[in-house]
Write a protein that binds this ligand. Structure first.
Ligand SMILES: Nc1ncnc2c1ncn2[C@@H]1O[C@H](COP(=O)(O)OP(=O)(O)OP(=O)(O)O)[C@@H](O)[C@H]1O
Length: 744
């Protein structure tokens, strides 16, 4: 007995290391005697641990421990296991604060002298003599744009690209165009305005001869990678084409025959077929649904197609889309051959294109342009925001860097995994705590995470955890002590939203519209919201998980600082991911470091900050989160799923970044904390290993092959809707990863 006693006194202190605890565990296993004797020893040990730990605690630590004890007492999960020696050790681990055993934060320069940022907006409308009218665009169209969209002066890229597209009207040739420019610089209008200008003038040229009606079929197809973007483009088109009737006879009808519509999946195909049969002249669509209709809807008329637009072209090229895109182009080539009637129609006005024109645009068109151009474009001209326009060959010689708007303030915060959740809360609190004329200012924030399950988890946590003790728990003394922290949740006066590819289309559309319209809110989302979405007045982007592809960094931060407006973006990285900052620098993306202590310090007053009182408050917040997560099996499952999907999504970083973002580098226990869990779920590999257990090599290979095939089949469905990291959908992916490891 004495021996055991010494053992405990030596090992279980607040500062005892993991090794020491492990050694205790192994020694306890060796306690001899019958079960009664063992039970006695264990009981004694538990008592001694508590006594000793209590004696060694400072006031602050005692407060923390008290909170934890209350939490544990309330939690059946913990209680069920209380008698096992294994949990005695785990319990000691729980006591360790989120501020201990964290990896060292790499030394970075926190001064403000790092490369100064040119704050002059780079994507704003330009203040010179150029105007939409001087580009030759139709007067009524320009007026309508001014009245309906408030657009008067072109942006830099618009003043470059629109005249190029317009110039082909009077030439005997048509050229394909690639447009690359910053996010929020107005690329949508670049391709829409010239098309509408032509259609209006065609209407004027050949009115009353019966050729123009919606039954002419689809004249323009605009392809977008997400349904939300398609819906957005349709709404811009509807504004632009809704031109009031003119008194002038020649212009009276203008574009009354132009029908706009979308086919985007997630809706009944039958109703889409019926609309296509009647005729949709400008069709906005996602690739999968378009291909489906091209293959299966006989009445879908594309023989007169004049324009093919690939919005966010590089994304359309990525995994799951490229094959679809090639099939689309092939079918369109076959179906748009010249016939006599078509020749007759096209000779009726000089505004008809001489041949089908293709336009590509994105903020991140780089090396993939050549590949894409190979099968979609003919002799294209490249127009860049910063470069002057040049032929494609020249463009391929240059290596274009990604560019983000000049006025965008970018920063990063190196946060140990255990501190992530409280740091996120502190940033949100800081952002919403800004006052103007005595009132809290409204803010819209987007928080990007890597997977759908993580969106669901954070959405639920930030929506409900603050109300938790009032709703679910009885008020204890500790709750009273924590009252201060309850107000921390309450201080976020914003509605919480979520958006990811796993939600039904109706809900997605509803959320997208509501967040668009509201002037305050926090949107947790996957990269489904990264591309092309024009959500007005977003003040800040938080990349809580770094993107798995550098391009997505540019698109994510591009949801703010649009059209010359100000904006902020902050990136969370783990200490092990610091090299990512060099990757950003190599692309001339300069972010300034922010100290995690500064952010957490904002949770308390200036004075308390100096005494590190914020550690107490932050630990308490974390405890609230954990208590919320563990209080109900559904919430625990949500957290576990989010944790597992996070790990899987982490494994999808591109090969060039694998040395930075490697699952092996993650401390799983610490990551679990960031999902409000006290330990890493042990079933992370179970999904795959249970499938493989007790199977011979041949069978294992068969299972992996099956998974491989099914993931390919699902590629389009899953990847194009950005639902990566969904717990179920990633099983196949994980099998793929496992195969790679086995092959290595
Ligand atoms: N010249 C302009 N003046 C004022 N507003 C404009 C102008 N051009 C476009 N806009 C508006 O700016 C917003 C952003 O435009 P758009 O979505 O086309 O940008 P983008 O370059 O395609 O961005 P992203 O790369 O993120 O897709 C839209 O609301 C659009 O109506």
């Amino acid at each position: 007995m004495d021996e055991s006693n010494n053992l405990i006194l030596n090992l279980v202190t607040e500062n005892s290391s993991d090794n020491e605890r492990t050694s205790l565990r192994s020694k306890l296993k060796n306690v001899g005697g019958g079960w009664k004797e063992k039970k006695k020893v264990r009981k004694f040990l538990k008592k001694e641990i508590r006594k000793h730990s209590r004696n060694n605690l400072t006031d602050k630590q005692r407060f923390l421990q008290k909170s934890i004890t209350t939490v544990n007492n309330n939690e059946s999960i913990q209680e069920n296991n209380l008698n096992s020696q294994k949990n005695l050790v785990n319990k000691a681990q729980v006591i360790s604060s989120i501020f201990s055993y964290n990896p060292e934060i790499p030394n970075v320069r926190y001064d403000n002298n790092s490369k100064s940022i040119d704050h002059k907006p780079s994507n704003a409308p330009i203040d010179d003599i150029s105007s939409f009218k001087s580009m030759g665009l139709d007067n009524d169209l320009v007026e309508n744009m001014k009245n309906k969209l408030g657009v008067e002066k072109p942006t830099n890229i618009q003043s470059k690209a629109i005249p190029v597209l317009m110039s082909s009207i009077n030439k005997n040739s048509e050229f394909d165009v690639i447009v690359q420019s910053e996010t929020g610089s107005g690329k949508t209008l670049i391709y829409l305005l010239p098309i509408l200008h032509r259609l209006i003038n065609i209407t004027i040229d050949i009115q009353n001869n019966g050729l123009l009606s919606r039954s002419i079929g689809t004249l323009a197809i605009i392809l977008t990678p997400t349904r939300e973007l398609a819906i957005q483009v349709v709404s811009v088109l509807e504004c632009l084409t809704n031109i009031p009737p003119s008194k002038l006879t020649s212009r009276r009808h203008l574009n009354h025959w132009i029908v706009i519509g979308n086919v985007i999946g997630g809706k009944k195909k039958q109703s889409e077929k019926a609309r296509l049969r009647k005729g949709i002249n400008i069709l906005v669509c996602t690739p999968g649904r378009l291909l489906d209709h091209l293959q299966n809807t006989k009445s879908f008329l594309v023989k007169n197609l004049c324009w093919l637009i690939l919005d966010e072209a590089d994304r359309l090229l990525e995994l799951g889309f490229e094959e679809t895109l090639q099939s689309i182009v092939k079918i369109l080539d076959e179906k748009t051959t010249n016939s006599e009637t078509k020749k007759q129609l096209f000779s009726s006005s000089k505004f008809w294109p001489k041949r089908r024109q293709t336009i590509l645009c994105s903020a991140t068109l780089k090396d993939d342009v050549k590949r894409l151009a190979g099968y979609t474009l003919f002799n294209p001209i490249f127009i860049g925001g910063k470069d002057d326009f040049s032929p494609m060959e020249e463009k391929n010689e240059k290596s274009t860097k990604f560019s983000t708007p000049n006025q965008l303030k970018q920063s990063y915060i190196i946060t140990p995994a255990k501190l992530r959740l409280v740091t996120l809360l502190a940033i949100l609190k800081l952002t919403f705590n800004v006052k103007q004329n005595g009132d809290l200012v409204n803010r819209k924030i987007i928080v990007f995470v890597s997977c759908c399950d993580s969106v669901d988890f954070h959405f639920d946590l930030f929506k409900n955890a603050g109300k938790f003790s009032k709703l679910d728990g009885e008020k204890t003394d500790d709750d009273k002590l924590q009252n201060n922290d309850q107000s921390i949740f309450a201080i976020i006066p914003a509605k919480i939203f979520r958006l990811h590819g796993d939600l039904t289309q109706n809900i997605r559309t509803e959320i997208f519209n509501e967040f668009s319209r509201s002037n305050s809110g926090i949107l947790f989302c996957t990269d489904v919201a990264a591309r092309g979405l024009d959500l007005p007045d977003v003040a800040k982007i938080i990349q809580y998980d770094p993107p798995t592809d550098l391009k997505d960094y540019v698109h994510r931060v591009g949801r703010t600082a649009r059209l010359g407006k100000e904006g902020e973006a902050i990136l969370f990285i783990l200490p092990s991911e610091i090299e990512y900052i060099n990757i950003l620098k190599s692309q001339e993306i300069f972010a300034k470091p922010v100290r995690v202590e500064t952010i957490l310090g904002s949770l308390v007053t200036q004075n308390e900050r100096n005494q590190k009182e914020y550690e107490v408050v932050a630990t308490n917040i974390q405890l609230n989160f954990e208590r919320y997560v563990l209080s109900n099996p559904k919430r625990t499952t949500l957290a576990q799923k989010a944790y597992s999907s996070y790990i899987r999504a982490y494994a999808t970083h591109t090969s060039t970044e694998k040395h930075i973002f490697h699952v092996k580098k993650l401390h799983l226990g610490h990551i679990a904390k960031s999902f409000g869990l006290r330990e890493a779920p042990s079933n992370i590999n179970n999904i795959i290993s249970s499938k493989l257990d007790n199977k011979g090599d041949h069978k294992k290979e068969k299972i992996l092959n099956k998974d491989q095939k099914s993931i390919k089949k699902r590629n389009f469905e899953i990847m194009n809707e950005f639902s990566i990291g969904n717990y179920k959908s990633m099983i196949g992916f994980f099998a793929d990863q496992l195969r790679n490891v086995l092959n290595e």
